[in-house]
Design a protein around this ligand. Structure first.
Ligand code: SF4
Length: 353
């Protein structure tokens, strides 16, 4: 079996920053600590923190008054910030800066009198947070078929914004439908779908047609992981989304000669390693990494955390526990310590095609 590792895959800068923030707070204060919503949408990340005394809550009333709470990478609405103030909670805001950018755009356009069409999934925590910035002027658009039913005040004073983790293909179809119905609709000043979502999707789109199957490591509630699976299927390649290797029925893989492995932006690399190790052992797999792009983005820890560390004169390096995303290796080497790894940048043809 040929096992191809997509690069980039796995943790993005926003997830690194948010996970690192919880690690830092645990090491500074110890448990118990509280996090509003899952810090990132990954079952293993959440369970690992839970086992170390972190409580994840969906309602700030569950956090004892005056205690410290961390806001997740997906961001929160101004109403949640107000709620935290009323309960005198100490907040460390681990919202990804690329989510904050969309919040700021929503605020700015709302102040300028624009009506906002937010392309995204209703109920997703990121969308709920952005919607809260200007609830009276934002409508959510989930699909091209929603466009015909939209009622707007002034078609010449409209802008669209996006959730950061959408499928590029789905978003494009919705934008085209919006532009057809509202030719003067404004686009966001820069892309709202983030670099990590874009790179991971582009890698799958490029490599999946050469593979018999794609396995995405990630949780089902992770929007960007689910999109990776859909993109593979759109290339007519079978795809699976699994939290970890224990969810895999190895019998289903027999007969597949080339498997692409990728991971959503919130999936830890050690889960990918477990999967690769199992496939390598079971199917005598040769492992190669296919490098589509390099990522060097890194975000500072949340401002409130930096301030706490400054006040304490803590010498701890704020990045010392940050997990790096896997880097593109230029030379053959080892993966997960002892698995021979070659590299390629041009995917070969699918077996039998
Ligand atoms: S997927 Fe994108 S928006 Fe979400 S946390 Fe990562 S970098 Fe930020």
């Amino acid at each position: 079996m040929r096992i191809i590792l997509a690069n980039p895959r796995g943790f993005c800068a926003g997830v690194n920053m948010a996970v690192d923030a919880v690690e830092q707070v645990l090491s500074l204060f110890g448990p118990p600590i509280w996090v509003y919503h899952e810090i990132v949408h990954n079952h293993h990340v959440v369970e690992r923190f839970r086992s170390r005394g972190v409580t994840f809550v969906d309602d700030l009333d569950s956090v004892p008054e005056g205690r410290l709470v961390i806001f997740s990478a997906h961001g929160v609405s101004p109403q949640v910030r107000e709620h935290a103030k009323r309960r005198k909670l100490r907040v460390i805001d681990a919202t990804c800066p690329l989510v904050t950018k969309v919040h700021m755009e929503a605020l700015r356009y709302a102040r300028q009198g624009y009506e906002i069409l937010l392309i995204g999934h209703k109920g997703h925590q990121e969308v709920v947070g952005t919607l809260g910035e200007a609830p009276a002027t934002i409508q959510i658009v989930e699909s091209p078929t929603d466009v015909a039913d939209l009622r707007v005040r002034d078609p010449d004073k409209l802008v669209y914004l996006m959730q950061t983790t959408l499928s590029l293909d789905d978003a494009k179809a919705i934008v085209e439908a919006l532009q057809e119905r509202f030719p003067n609709i404004k686009a966001p000043p820069t892309d709202d779908i983030c670099y990590a979502t874009t790179n991971r999707q582009n890698a799958v789109r490029a490599i999946a047609p050469s593979c018999d199957m794609v396995i995405v490591v990630g949780s089902r509630n992770s929007s960007n992981s689910a999109r990776l699976m859909e993109i593979a299927e759109a290339q007519n390649t079978k795809a699976l989304l699994i939290d970890d290797v224990t969810e895999l029925d190895l019998a289903h893989l027999t007969g597949n000669e080339t498997i692409l492995i990728t991971a959503g932006a919130s999936a830890p690399e050690d889960l990918v390693e477990d999967l690769v190790r199992t496939l390598h052992k079971t199917f005598d797999g040769a492992v190669e990494q296919c490098n589509l792009s390099r990522e060097t983005v890194r975000f500072e820890p949340p401002a409130a955390l930096r301030a706490i560390m400054r006040q304490r004169g803590d010498p701890h390096d704020p990045h010392s526990v940050q997990q790096d995303t896997p880097h593109a290796a230029d030379e053959p080497g080892m993966y997960a310590g002892d698995i021979p790894l070659t590299t390629s940048s041009i995917p070969l043809k699918r077996s039998g095609s």
